[in-house]
Design a protein around this ligand. Structure first.
Ligand SMILES: NC(=O)c1ccc[n+]([C@@H]2O[C@H](COP(=O)([O-])OP(=O)(O)OC[C@H]3O[C@@H](n4cnc5c(N)ncnc54)[C@H](OP(=O)(O)O)[C@@H]3O)[C@@H](O)[C@H]2O)c1
Length: 315
């Protein structure tokens, strides 16, 4: 099968299109024929070696890639939820990867049936970012209808999913983005938008029940001033060691600092799928690259200015 193979850590130049063996599955696994994947920051963070303590000191996983959308091609004997031919989507552990390839083996928990109102291309843009936003806002932030939530970095992959999920829950949403993305943030459903090029988010007059920070450019002690008593600040981009100190101090104050570490969860994927089916959560695709142009796709994502998601076309 064709796959993007990574033999060493480094720049996007280490990504090479090659022919490799198709994976073989165990009894608790599915083999997916991958139609589309997408680029997430975890993919190029692993590739660069930034996370080599967790991914292997000497060399990265052979094939990177976290998100997938495709068709079930083989089913392990102990699998009950899926059958051959099902159209599925999901995310594997980004530290292990595997989705930049024509075939990918996954566990049952990594996958859900693809909502039938979106294409494979659209489906591949959603799993990791929407799971991250859903788990951060619903499970960790405990946001409820009527809450006011601030989303820092509201136009990237995670932030754009976050705005829509928070709106679907019935929250009032304030999004933070740069001038060029203000209209896009409003189109996602943000009730208020703070343009960080013109205004300081830390000096605005509102206070929030929940803050979801997808950028990591402010410490918890800075955000704490804009949290209501008992409010929760969840970040997907913790900066050490300030974050460790913030977590240690949690028991001694009413406002809490939390970190989201996204995990595969087919129930959460089904909850997100319901929002997609009801058109409360819509795919936001920035650009589609063929698999052979993965280097350009990674380079674009690494600039950190992407609006929505970069999708990879595999089949
Ligand atoms: N912990 C986890 O489990 C987990 C899971 C998924 C992702 N993440 C992390 O979450 C972060 C976001 O991921 P992503 O996929 O959304 O990345 P992305 O799509 O590349 O998002 C980039 C966005 O960040 C915005 N941005 C940059 N500087 C900003 C600032 N100073 N203020 C507000 N917005 C700013 C940009 O908007 P402008 O151009 O308008 O500035 C851009 O839209 C990454 O660091 C990723 O590694 C963590």
């Amino acid at each position: 099968m064709k796959a993007i193979v990574t033999k060493q850590y480094g720049t996007a130049d280490v990504l090479q299109l090659e022919e490799i063996e198709k994976p073989t599955i165990g009894s608790d696994e599915l083999l997916i024929q991958v139609m589309n994947s997408s680029v997430n920051p975890i993919d190029w963070r692993v590739r660069s070696g930034e996370m080599k303590i967790m991914t292997g000191i000497m060399k990265p996983p052979q094939v990177l890639g976290t998100d997938f959308a495709g068709v079930v091609s083989e089913v392990g004997q102990s699998i009950t939820r899926f059958k051959k031919g099902d159209q599925v989507y999901g995310a594997v552990n980004g530290m292990k990867g595997g989705a930049y390839a024509e075939y990918l083996k996954v566990k049952e928990i990594d996958a859900a049936l693809k909502p039938d109102n979106i294409s494979f291309e659209q489906a591949a843009s959603l799993p990791l970012v929407s799971l991250t936003a859903y788990q951060a806002i619903v499970h960790i932030g405990q946001a409820k209808s009527g809450n006011h939530i601030l989303i820092n970095g509201c136009t990237g992959g995670v932030g754009s999913a976050g705005v829509q999920i928070a709106k679907a829950l019935g929250c009032t949403v304030t999004g933070v983005c740069s001038t060029k993305n203000v209209e896009f943030a409003k189109s996602l459903g943000a009730n208020h938008v703070i343009d960080y090029k013109k205004d300081n988010v830390l000096e605005n007059k509102h206070s929030y029940d929940v803050i979801f920070d997808t950028v990591g450019n402010h410490s918890f002690s800075e955000f704490q001033k804009t949290l209501k008593a008992g409010g929760i600040c969840v970040t997907s981009s913790p900066t050490m060691p300030a974050m460790i100190l913030a977590l240690i101090l949690n028991p001694f104050r009413s406002e809490k600092s939390k970190v989201i570490m996204v995990s595969s969860n087919s129930q959460d994927l089904d909850a997100v799928g319901k929002m997609i089916q009801e058109e409360k959560l819509k795919p936001q695709i920035a650009e589609v690259f063929p698999l052979a142009q993965i280097k350009d796709a990674h380079a674009l994502s690494e600039k950190g200015r992407v609006v929505g998601k970069i999708v990879i076309k595999i089949q």
